[in-house]
Ligand binder design. Sequence first.
Ligand code: HEM
Length: 140
Amino acid sequence: MDELVANPIDRIGGRAVVEAIVDDFYARVAADAVQRAIYPESLEPGIRKLKLFLVQWLGGEPLYSDLYGHPRLRRRHFPFVIDELAAGRWLRYMREAMTVQGVSAEEQAAIFKGLGPLAHHMVNANEDIPREPLGDIRMV
Ligand code: HEM
């Protein structure tokens, strides 16, 4: 039965599971002082946006792009200083959150084939790039 479900999002249990994963992931970020320091004072906007984005990235409805346009993730992360350690922690907390929320090892293997390179692509700590806040801008 499971192999008949085409999208990763459906295979892992739909939007509710993605939202639980993001809540769990952010609780881990909040508990790590070094990782937490990268984020703004309020974690709420990031929580909301990561939920919308992951639904879309896992093959669900384009909830994120409907509101903000093209993800342009690397550009949107410019205001935040991200080094290799931060990328590694991001991936570790995402893995832990998915495991706790019941995503199988097989599904995780497929998902992290994409997320691994994506997280490392976000590293920008030693770059001379604009660090101004971007807020909720819509990108094309
Ligand atoms: C590599 C380590 C990463 C760190 C340290 C990091 C950190 C952050 C921070 C600090 C924000 C800003 C939250 C806010 O504006 O309130 C953010 C936003 C976001 N992150 Fe990451 N992130 C990382 C990797 C990723 C990856 C791999 C993805 C995609 C799977 C991702 C998806 C997003 C999305 C969609 C947003 C919202 C962008 C917007 O519309 O402003 N991040 N991230």
